[in-house]
Design a protein around this ligand. Structure first.
Ligand code: FAD
Ligand code: SF4
Length: 464
C-alpha cells in the first residue's frame, strides 16, 4: 500500500548482503520515521490494540509521547507493563497481537507498534537515559529464581523492586535463556539482552551462573537449608524432540537446539576466535516450519550454505513461524519444500548424512488444532541430497529439576501444573511460569506469567 496511511517501512540490510553476515537485519527507525508513524495513530478512546497485547502495554500513550518527541518517556511508559521492550519490539508477533487489533488495519495498514516499541527502547538505552528505580525498603524475604529466560528475568525485576532479596540460578554460563542461546544475533543482538540483565544486576539481583538446579541443589534444599522463602521455576522447555525415523543418528544431523546453541551462545560463527566449532553444510535441510526452523535455516545460510532448505509437512499458510521471518528467509534465498515429510536419512560410507528420503503430503480433514491434517501420499517417496540436517520439530520439558522434586505435580506431557491466577505449583511457595508450564510459546507470554507469579509471591510473603 502507498499513500499517507501506508505503514512506515523498516530500513533493513539488503538481502544479498545480510544473508552472509550475522549483523541485525532491521536497522531501526530514524527519529523522523518514528514521529511520522506515531502521527498516524488515531489515539482511540477505546484502544483495541491494547486488548491485543498480552501484558496490556499502554500503546496510544507511548505513541503520543513519541509524537511529542519525548522518546525516553515513551520507553518508560512501555516499561510500566513490559520490562523488556527492546526485546519485545524485535521478537513479539505483533502481527497477531496488538497490530492485528489496530483499528486502522480495517481500511488501511495497522500502526507499526512493534517498530515504535523498539525505537523508543533503543533510544532510551543508546542515549544513556535508562533510569534504574530505587527498590523499596528491604522486606527480609529471599526468593530463588531458577532459569534466566524472559519469565525468570521478569519475576526477578518485579520482586527486587518490591524490596525482596532475589537470586537467579542459571544452568548455562550466560544469562537470558532462549534470548541468548536460541534467537540468533541477526534477529536479537546479544548486547541488548546483556544490557537488560545488567540493569537487573544494578537493582541488586544476584546471578549465579553454571548452576543446574536439580544437580547442585534441589528445590527443597533451596528452601529448607538456604533460607529461600519462595522459589520460581522458569526453566523453559529446551529438550529437543526427534522424529525417531531411521538414520537420525547419522553424523551432521543436529537438533536445532544444539545447532543454535553452538552458533549463538558458544559463538561458533566466530570460530576459531571462539573455540566451539559447528559443521558448515553446503546443502542444508531444516525440518520444521516454526521460528526455530527459520532461525536455523537462516543461520545455515550465514555459515556458508549454498542451498538452505525448509522441509515442512504442511502448506505455506500453515507455517507457524512469524510472517516477517518467513518473508526475510524467502528474500535471502531459502528454498521452501512444503507438504513434504522426511521418512529416513541415508548415510555415506563414513556415517555422514548424504540424503533425506521424503514422502509427499496432502492436506486432509482439520485436526485438534483446527489446522488441516497433513496426510502422506502413498508411493510418492523421493530423495533430496544434503550434507547436513537440522531437526526443528519442537521441544519438550527437561525433567532434571522434577526428578529431585517429585512433589511438584506435572501434567501428562511433563509440564508443571499451576494455579493460573497465581502460578503456584502443587508445592506451597513454589511457583512456575513460561514454557515449562505452557510448552513452547512466546517471550511475551513467558513475561506475562512471570508478572502474575511475582505479584502472587509478593502477596504471599507479605501476608505475615
Ligand atoms: P527460556 O527462555 O527457555 O529460559 C529458560 C532458562 O532456564 C534457560 O536459560 C535454561 O538454561 C535455564 N535452565 C533450564 N534448566 C535449568 C536448571 N535445572 N537449573 C538452572 N537453570 C535452568 N518467541 C517469540 O515471542 N518470538 C520469537 O521470535 C521467538 N523465536 C524463537 C526462536 C527460537 C530459536 C526459540 C528456541 C524460541 C523462540 N521463541 C520466540 C520462544 C521464546 O523464546 C520462549 O517462549 C521463551 O524464551 C520462554 O521463556 P522462559 O522464561 O520460559 O524460558
Ligand atoms: Fe493507535 Fe491503532 Fe491503537 Fe487506535 S488501535 S490507538 S490507531 S495503535
Amino acid at each position: 500500500m502507498a499513500g499517507p496511511r501506508a505503514r512506515v517501512k523498516m530500513p533493513e540490510q539488503p538481502p544479498e548482503v545480510r544473508a552472509r553476515n550475522f549483523q541485525e537485519v532491521p536497522l531501526g527507525l530514524t527519529e523522523e520515521l518514528a514521529i511520522a508513524e506515531a502521527e498516524k495513530c488515531l489515539q482511540c478512546k477505546n484502544p483495541l490494540c491494547v486488548t491485543g497485547c498480552p501484558v496490556g502495554v499502554k500503546i496510544p500513550e507511548f505513541i503520543k509521547l513519541i509524537k511529542e518527541e519525548k522518546f525516553a518517556e515513551a520507553a518508560r511508559k512501555i516499561k510500566e507493563t513490559n520490562a523488556l521492550p527492546s526485546v519485545c519490539g524485535r521478537v513479539c508477533p505483533q502481527e497477531v497481537q496488538c497490530e492485528a487489533k489496530c483499528i486502522l488495519g480495517i481500511k488501511f495498514e495497522p500502526i507499526a507498534v512493534g517498530y515504535l516499541e523498539r525505537f523508543c527502547a533503543d533510544y532510551e538505552r543508546d542515549s544513556g537515559s535508562t533510569e534504574i528505580p530505587k527498590p523499596a525498603s528491604p522486606t527480609g524475604k529471599k526468593i530463588a529464581i531458577i532459569g534466566s529466560g524472559p519469565s525468570g528475568l521478569t519475576v526477578a525485576g518485579d520482586l527486587v523492586k518490591l524490596g525482596h532479596e532475589v537470586e537467579i540460578f542459571e544452568a548455562l554460563h550466560q544469562p537470558g535463556g532462549v534470548l541468548t542461546y536460541g534467537i540468533p544475533e541477526f534477529r536479537l543482538p546479544k548486547r541488548i539482552v546483556q544490557s537488560e540483565v545488567e540493569n537487573l544486576l544494578k537493582l541488586g539481583v544476584k546471578l549465579s551462573l553454571d548452576s543446574v538446579i536439580g544437580k547442585i541443589r534441589t528445590v527443597d534444599e533451596l528452601m529448607d537449608e538456604d533460607g529461600f522463602h519462595a522459589v520460581f521455576i522458569g526453566v523453559g522447555a529446551g529438550l529437543p524432540s526427534f522424529m525417531k525415523i531411521p538414520g537420525e543418528n547419522l553424523n551432521n544431523i543436529y537438533s536445532s537446539n544444539e545447532y543454535l546453541t553452538r552458533t549463538n551462545l558458544m559463538k561458533a560463527y566466530l570460530f576459531p576466535t571462539y573455540a566451539t566449532p559447528v559443521e558448515r553444510g553446503k546443502n542444508v535441510v531444516v525440518v520444521g516450519g516454526g521460528n526455530v526452523a527459520m532461525d536455523s535455516v537462516r543461520t545455515a545460510l550465514r555459515l556458508g550454505a549454498e542451498k538452505a532448505m525448509i522441509v515442512y509437512r504442511r502448506a505455506m499458510e500453515q507455517l507457524p513461524a512469524r510472517k516477517e521471518e518467513v518473508h526475510h528467509a524467502q528474500q535471502e534465498g531459502v528454498e521452501f519444500h512444503l507438504l513434504n515429510n522426511p521418512v529416513r536419512y541415508i548415510g555415506d560410507e563414513s556415517g555422514c548424512v548424504k540424503a533425506v528420503e521424503c514422502i509427499k503430503m496432502e492436506l486432509g480433514e482439520p485436526d485438534s488444532s483446527g489446522r488441516r491434517r497433513p496426510v502422506p501420499i502413498e508411493g510418492s517417496e523421493f530423495t533430496m541430497e544434503c550434507d547436513m540436517v537440522i531437526i526443528s520439530i519442537g521441544t519438550g520439558p527437561n525433567p532434571i529439576i522434577f526428578s529431585s522434586s517429585p512433589d511438584i505435580k506435572l501434567n501428562k506431557w511433563g509440564y508443571v501444573e499451576v494455579n493460573p491466577d497465581t502460578m503456584e505449583t502443587s508445592k506451597r511457595n513454589v511457583y512456575a511460569g513460561g514454557d515449562i508450564v505452557t510448552g513452547s510459546a512466546t517471550v511475551i507470554q513467558a513475561m506475562g506469567a512471570g508478572r502474575i507469579a511475582a505479584k502472587a509471591i509478593h502477596e504471599r510473603l507479605m501476608e505475615g
